[in-house]
Each structure stands twice: as C-alpha cells, then as structure tokens.
Design a protein around this ligand. Structure first.
Ligand code: PLP
Length: 401
C-alpha cells in the first residue's frame, strides 16, 4: 500500500485485517444492551476489544473504558480529578502539565483556569522538546492534585520521561494522567508497571477506525462520567456502543501487540533512510526533536528547511507529487493560532517554525516511498528557492554548516 502518505501521526489507514473485521461486524447490528441472543455477538465483540486493549496496555480488560477517542479520554480523566472538588475550592487546587500538550488537555485546563481560577503550571520543554523530571518535581506543591503529561509528542515525536513522572506522582500521592495517544500500539506499555492512574488512547492512530478510543483507569480510581444516560460502560460512558469501531479496534490492538517489535524496527530503518536520502539529495535541513535515539520516536521526523515556507512546500508536495506531509499538528483546527505551540515552547526561532514540516511514517510506508519523498522535497525546495532567490543563499549556508 504505497500512498505518498506521510502523516501517520494525524491518522492511519485501516489495515486489511481491520477492514475485514469491520465488514464482518456490519452483520452484527443488534444493540449490545438488549437481552436476546442476537445481542450476544455484539457483547462478545466489545469484550474482545477490551481484552485486546488490556493485552496491549498490560492491564485487566475491565480496567479499559471505551470512548470516542483521545480528546474525550483526556477530558474524562482530567475532569474526573478536578470535579471531585467543589467549584469554589478549585482556585486552591494546582495542576502540572507541559506547554506542549495536545489542545484536548491545554484548552480544558485553560478553561478551568478562566472559569474557576485553577492554578496550572505549564512546564516548558528543552530545545529538544523534552520536559525534565526535576522541573516537574520542583513545581509540585501541597495543592497539586494532578500531573498530566503526554507520552510522546505528536509534532516532534519526542518521548517524554513519563515513567519517571508516573513514579514521582506515585511518591507524592498525586493523580498521574498520561496522554498516550501517540504511543499506544507503537511502543510497549504496561499500565500497572508504570503505576499511572489513567492513560488515554485513540484507535485511529494505530490502524483502527476513527471515533473509537478509550481510557485505562486503574481499578482503585474513580471516574466522573461526562455523559449521563443508559449506563453503558459500567455507567461511566453512556451511549450505545460503537460496535463497528470496536470490531476494528480489537483487530488493530491484536495486530499491534503481535508485531510491536518488528514494527518498531521498521520505523527505525525508515527514519535512517529518510535522513540519509535527504542528505544525498543535498536538502539543507535541521531536525526538531531529540538528538538521542532513545528519546525520539523513529516514526516522526520534524525538520526545518531554512529559507523555505513550510506551507508552500507542503502544498507543492501535495499538488505536484500527491505527497501528504503535515505542517505541525493536524489536530489543531484553531486558525487564529498560526505558529506551532510545541516548537514555540521548545524555543525555536520564528523562521525555524515557519519552515518546519512533519513527516510521519507507518506500517505501510515502504523504503521506495522514502526515496520518492526525499527526491520530491529536493526538487520542490529548488523550485521555491528559484522563486525567491534571496532565500537560496540561506539554504546553501545551512547545507555548508
Ligand atoms: C497526543 C494527542 N492527544 C490527543 C489527541 C486527540 O485524539 P483524537 O483525535 O482521538 O481525539 C491527539 C490527536 O492527534 C494527539 O496527537
């Protein structure tokens, strides 16, 4: 499946196995809450998805709660912690997060700040996009009730020190929520070993359909439902279950679980190939993200191309080569915020940010796709530089340096 598609961090194509599972589930139309026999198959399907996710996350099936995806799961986890307090006590509560979280965390916390005066510390990452455990430790106060941290950043692929932060939170008796949307299905995760209270995932990031995801919730931890209604998911997430989505999720979870290591090696090879290929094509670029391999997700390559407007490059790659890359985070629909909040928080210059593209690969990316991509970038960079000769010198000087 060669698609000229390099935006796997935004969403992933369904695998053949997932497509087949969804097709088969189309016949299973009965409402899982009904009592007749026809609903049994639907109930079983939900249970398979719960078991599959439990295996993938190293937890019991009944610690998995299904939602519509990462945004809802982050909201559910964070609101469950904060809504335990009477609203007039929230101004005395304190939350620690980072300045580079997904909007489903940042916007929610900003809302609590504006509405109730909640105190929030937004820890800044370093130049490579990683927050330090020490900075989080220093920010802890007697009022800290929640630490919310992403496992892997969606724009740069920088792996955060989430294991150490979970341990720190445990020592202080603080709720630890991990937004693992970019990590689940790609790296080994064991919620019990991590000792986190809640952990969010989203199916469409690992080859399952969109609109399905969930939350690991430690058995000792109480959630406050966002929706009230028919009492599905143990009363924690009312609404008739998304059986089609869950059928895909079950298969996607099993496929990832079986091939986790092999997939990771594939990403590592692709990243190496992409870097070499861009250099061979004499593209002048700098990498945004971690310089140490163990802190960098190999499926993400965020690069700045000096003297190039990322918007123009991405548009030309799309229109002239049918190649899809992202400018930053595709999840951010807020047109008023033009510059990436992640790259800004890392301290990159406006020029580095405006020239940054995110290339993200996946299971179906082939080595020849990478060659094709590097050749297309090289040729379009030349076109753009011919259009703006003054920028050519800037590109050349980066390449020489
Ligand atoms: C880190 C992170 N968290 C949360 C989300 C939101 O997930 P969803 O699209 O399932 O709402 C995304 C989406 O890209 C993400 O990258």
């Amino acid at each position: 499946m060669s698609l000229g598609y390099f935006d796997y961090n935004a969403t992933t194509p369904l695998s053949d196995g997932v497509q087949q599972a969804v097709q088969e589930a189309m016949q299973i139309f009965a409402n899982p809450s009904a009592r007749y026999q026809k609903s049994q198959q639907a109930k079983q399907l939900i249970q398979s998805a719960r078991i599959g996710m439990g295996n993938l996350l190293g937890c019991a099936a009944d610690e998995i709660l299904f939602t519509s995806g990462g945004t809802e799961s982050n909201n559910l986890a964070i609101r469950s912690v904060l809504d335990r307090f009477p609203s007039n006590h929230l101004a005395q509560q304190h939350v620690i997060t980072t300045a580079m979280e997904h909007p489903s965390v940042l916007e929610l916390l900003r809302w609590y700040q504006a509405e109730y005066g909640l105190q929030v510390s937004y820890i800044k990452p370093d130049y490579e996009g990683r927050v330090s455990v020490e900075a989080i430790n220093t920010a802890i106060t007697a009022q800290t009730c929640l630490i919310s941290l992403m496992a892997i950043n969606n724009e740069t692929g920088t792996i955060q020190p989430f294991e150490a932060v979970a341990e720190l939170a445990r020592q202080h008796g603080i709720h630890c929520h991990i937004d693992a949307v970019q990590a689940v299905g790609k790296i080994p995760l064991n919620c019990h070993e991590l000792g986190v209270h809640t952990l969010a995932f989203s199916g469409h990031k690992f080859h399952s359909p969109k609109g399905i995801g969930g939350l690991f919730c430690h058995s000792g931890c109480t959630l406050a439902p966002l929706f009230h209604g028919g009492g599905q998911e143990g009363g924690l997430r009312s609404g008739t279950e998304n059986t089609l989505g869950l059928s895909g999720l079950a298969t996607a979870a099993n496929e990832c679980y079986e091939h986790l290591e092999q997939q990771f090696r594939h990403y590592e090879k692709l990243r190496c190939l992409a870097l070499n290929s861009l250099r061979q094509h004499q593209v002048a670029f700098t990498c945004n993200g971690a310089t140490t391999d163990i802190h960098q997700a190999p499926w993400t390559l965020n690069i700045s191309l000096k003297g190039i407007r990322a918007e123009s490059l991405a548009a030309r790659l799309d229109l002239c080569h049918n190649i899809s890359v992202s400018l930053g985070s595709a999840c951010n629909n807020n047109k008023t915020q033009r510059r990436s909040h992640v790259l800004t928080a890392m301290g990159l210059s406006d020029q580095q940010i405006d020239s940054a593209i995110r290339i993200s690969f996946g299971r179906f990316t082939l080595p020849e796709d990478i060659d094709h991509l590097a050749a297309a970038i090289a040729s379009e960079v030349q076109v753009l530089l011919r259009m703006a000769p003054a920028r050519r010198q800037e590109q050349e000087s980066v390449y020489e340096s």
